[in-house]
Ligand binder design. Sequence first.
Ligand code: SF4
Length: 215
Amino acid sequence: MELRVTEIFLSIQGESSHAGRPCSFVRLTGCPMRCVWCDSEYTFYGGEKIGFEDIFAKLAEFGCALVEVTGGEPLVQKNVFPFITALCDRGYEVLIETGGYVSTEKVDERAKIILDVKCPASGEAERNYWPNLERLRPDKDEVKFVIADMKDWEFAKGIIEKYDLITRSKEVLISPVHATENLTEIAEAVSLSGLKVRLNLQLHKYIWGAEVRGV
Ligand code: SF4
C-alpha cells in the first residue's frame, strides 16, 4: 500500500502538550480546506507516492519513538487508516494532527488525536465536523483552536463551553496565528479567562523560522 507524501523528517514537536519532544513527521499531501492563514499550502499538490515499507524504513533510520502523521489533511487518504494501525503495531507513539473536517472515527484507537476546530477568521468554520468533538478522549486527545483575533477567541470560548472540552479532552490548545499583531491581547485574554487551557506557540517557527520546511 502507498500514501502520497510531501515530506518525512525528524525534528522537535513544536505544538501541543508534546512540544519540545523529538518527533518524526510524516506529512501527507492534499487538503480539501483553504484556511486563510494556512502555513502548509505546499502540501496541497504534488508529493510522491511512497510505499508503507519505505516510510517505515525511513522512520526506523530516525530511531524516534514518537511519530506524527500530519498534512495537509492526513485523513483524506483512505490508506492512512491502515498506515496508522501499522505504526501502532510497530510500537510507535502516534500523533494525528487533523484539521477537523474529516471524521476521526476510523483512526486506530491507540493513536492520539490533535483535532483542530476552525474559527471564523480561517474562513473554514462552516466545515467543522462536530461529531469529532464527541469522540475526544480525556486521557489522550487534544483540541486546538488557531486564533487570529478576539472574535476567534470568543468563538473558541463558546465551543469549549458548549462541548465541555476541558473535561472531554486532555488539553485545549489556544494557538495564536504565528506573528499575529494580536498576540499580546490573546495571551492576556487567555490568562484572565480562568479556563484550564494552554497557550500554544509553534516552537519550530521560533527555532528555525516560519518559512523553513522539513523542520
Ligand atoms: S486544514 Fe490545515 S493544511 Fe488544510 S488549509 Fe487549513 S491549515 Fe492548511
